[in-house]
Design a protein around this ligand. Structure first.
Ligand SMILES: [Zn+2]
Length: 472
């Protein structure tokens, strides 16, 4: 029975299955053992398919002296070297443009004419890669997963969803397939339309959920009274679903948004249609719950961001997530270290009892700084600074005088002071913030105060660094 549910991509996907069905009689450990066995049944067929269908993967296997038949267990997969990074993926795209006149990469395993949906990420630098490329079978497989994590938090038939992201060729578009499966109605507005149009449509269409980036949700708090003469709380949303950058996991930001909107804030994630997860209904944050472990092995495969050596999977472990697809046709990913560092939780969720694995995004591996041998992520610094709201606005930048990751101490951060703060108060406040950062992260930064509102706000992804060195 458990296997049938997994094959439909429905594992742990809604409260119904969660409480009444699939987990009856399974404890966390038993369930994880079942999942491992199930993933291993899908692994070898996927690896064989990639080896037979793509030069890229054949070369990668041959390059490390392995055959798909050697990789029958998750343990063997974990010990396999990384096959692809973002840069390798770009190279693969350049090669396929040159050799085959398409941008899907030489790791494309399906025929070009069978591609049904394609998408790329929006906010990153460098040449776009079409990692979100799917056949019809791929979409049929992942759409229930994309859907049911939202059902996990109550989204369903009749819900109207204001869905604000860059649309069309972008990654977020795939989520619309999931929402329609739930018989919810997405009202999709391109994020480039501007806040005036977004808020006017919010006022007109009376949505009960809003999906957007944390930056945009925060920005609209101030804009709403000016544009529609109402507070965002008057929209009476049932939930705010955030993705695209770290947000709901920062306690102060979660609290600020929940107070302003008068509803629960969740974050969700599905890089390249894998690792599908969502946070649960709680005042505190317990990570994104991995609701579709039948689609990839990412919750079982972490590496050190620098050495790319395997990190043991245990409760609280931190590492860069490695994607290996299961049952994917168009552009399956094998041992893809795509650059997000996460913390993994293997114990059942203390809030809702969810027995699968959970993750918290720590930051981009590229953003990791090394200060006197200590690994520091900007998100961790932002979390500390934000805990001092309203004495600070929560907005900040890390000033880098040379290319990361290595920083010559002290690390310099610009922090926006709160509206009510005076010069006398700032000195003591800086000391408190530095002390807290030192206690939690073992570094002592230098704080430069800037006026409230002086750091530029973005409705997309707010930059974390201010680079004072020459960038090419
Ligand atoms: Zn939970």
């Amino acid at each position: 029975m458990i296997q049938q549910k997994m094959e439909k991509g429905l594992i742990v996907n809604s409260k119904k299955y969660f409480s009444n069905d699939i987990f009856n009689g399974f404890s966390g450990d038993q369930l994880q053992e079942e999942m491992r066995r199930f993933q291993e049944t899908l692994l070898l067929p996927q690896l064989r398919y990639c080896y037979q269908s793509s030069d890229f993967y054949r070369k990668r296997f041959d390059g490390v002296g392995a055959k798909p038949e050697d990789i029958r267990t998750l343990e063997a997969l974990r010990n396999l070297p990384i096959f692809m990074t973002k840069e390798d993926e770009r190279q693969s795209v350049l090669e396929s443009l040159e050799r085959h006149n398409h941008p899907f990469g030489t790791h494309l395993c399906a025929r070009v004419e069978d591609i049904y949906l394609t998408g790329t990420t929006s906010g990153t630098t460098g040449m776009p890669t079409f990692t979100y490329t799917f056949t019809k079978n791929d979409m049929d497989l992942i759409s229930p997963g994309l859907a049911h994590r939202f059902a996990f938090n109550g989204v369903g038939r009749g819900d109207r969803i204001l869905f604000i992201f860059p649309l069309g060729i972008y990654a977020t578009t795939m989520t619309l397939w999931g929402l329609r499966i739930l018989k919810a109605l997405p009202i999709d507005i391109d994020a480039r339309a501007g806040s005036e149009l977004m808020l006017k449509y919010a006022d007109l269409t009376k949505p009960n959920y809003m999906f957007c980036t944390p930056s945009l949700a925060e920005y609209l708090i101030q804009k709403a009274p000016l544009i529609i003469g109402k507070d965002v709380g008057d929209l009476k949303l049932k939930g705010l679903m955030l993705t695209g950058e770290i947000g709901a996991s920062i306690p102060e930001l979660k609290r600020k948004l929940e107070e302003a909107y008068g509803c629960r804030v969740y974050d969700y994630w599905a890089p390249a249609g894998h690792v599908i997860g969502i946070s649960c209904d709680a005042d505190d944050y317990f990570g994104m719950h991995g609701t579709s472990p039948d689609l990839c092995t990412s919750y079982e495969d972490l590496v050190d961001p620098h050495s790319k050596k395997p990190v043991p999977i245990e409760d609280g472990a931190v590492g860069e997530m490695v994607i290996t697809s299961l049952k994917r046709e168009a552009v399956p990913l094998i041992k893809y270290a795509y650059g997000d560092t996460v913390q993994i939780f293997t114990k059942p969720c203390p809030n809702c009892g969810f027995p699968g694995k959970r993750i918290k995004i720590i930051g981009r591996s590229d953003d990791m700084l090394v200060i006197k041998g200590v690994n520091v992520y900007p998100a961790a610094i932002k979390e500390v600074v934000s805990s001092f709201v309203p004495k600070v606005t929560g907005e900040m930048r890390i000033v880098l005088g040379q290319p990361p990751p290595r920083v010559i101490p002290p690390l310099k951060i610009k922090v926006e002071q709160g509206m009510e703060m005076n010069a006398q108060g700032l000195k003591g406040l800086a000391d408190q913030i530095i002390q807290t950062i030192h206690d939690r992260l073992r570094i002592s930064p230098l704080i430069e105060w800037v006026g409230p509102g002086s750091l530029e706000k973005s409705t997309r992804k707010t930059p974390v660094f201010e680079k004072t060195y020459e960038t090419s």
